[in-house]
Ligand binder design. Structure first.
Ligand code: HQG
Length: 182
């Protein structure tokens, strides 16, 4: 399968498994799992032919490890990034490093400095371990700017942090006092 086709399938899976399973009449459980046979047949009914082997290749080769298969290989889920309200994934709580980074666009700065970081339509604020990843995330929204977050200090103040299987740090919100614009 050509890389472009895999990339396209990855985007489709992100859309369905994070945001709009109902667009194809697919059911996710609260932990975000979808039955792969159901995903294939729902997709088929909506004009998209997917082979199981292609799904497996996407799960394995995806650059950000966005998807995971269940141990029995029958189910698939997005690892993070959900906005769908049926999904209420739980993540292991972790103690964050001293600082984490958040990439955003300059046009959001005024609001972020005033209100702090909010999860918006997703379930969590997403934070990165390094500046280059954060810069790439910020570019998706416009002229990128990176924010340094005093994660450990937040944690000591009672904020919970979660680490997803693909190394994305998640927290509910970041108050403005813990944010420094780089
Ligand atoms: C901004 C990608 C104004 C926030 C990435 C961001 C990530 C505010 C945007 C994952 C705000 C939300 C998530 C406030 C936050 N006022 N703007 N108070 N608080 N914002 O896409 O973090 O490649 O929902 O800065 O790698 O950009 O898809 O979140 O710019 O891990 O796997 O509101 O998505 O992963 O945008 O990206 P998003 P995000 P994938």
């Amino acid at each position: 399968t050509p890389p472009k086709q895999l990339d396209e399938l990855s985007k489709y899976l992100s859309y369905i498994l994070r945001h709009e399973p109902h667009a194809i009449g697919l059911q996710l459980d609260t932990e975000g799992w979808a039955d792969i046979d159901a995903l294939i047949s729902c997709s088929d009914k909506h004009g998209r032919a997917i082979e199981r082997s292609m799904i497996e290749v996407v799960v394995e080769t995806n650059n950000k490890k966005r998807f995971a298969l269940s141990e029995d290989g029958r189910r698939i889920r997005a690892v993070q990034g959900h906005s769908s309200s049926t999904v209420q994934r739980t993540y292991p709580e972790s103690v964050p490093p001293e600082v984490l980074y958040h990439g955003t666009a300059t046009r959001f700065l005024t609001s972020i400095v005033e209100h702090g970081l909010r999860a918006g339509s997703r379930h969590h604020v997403h934070l990165s371990l390094d500046i280059s990843t954060a810069t790439a995330v910020g570019k998706r929204h416009g002229k990128p700017v990176v924010l340094e977050i005093e994660a450990l200090k937040m944690h000591r103040n009672g904020a919970k942090f979660f680490l997803s299987e693909n190394e994305v740090w998640l927290t509910d919100a970041v108050p403005a006092q813990f944010i420094r614009v780089l």
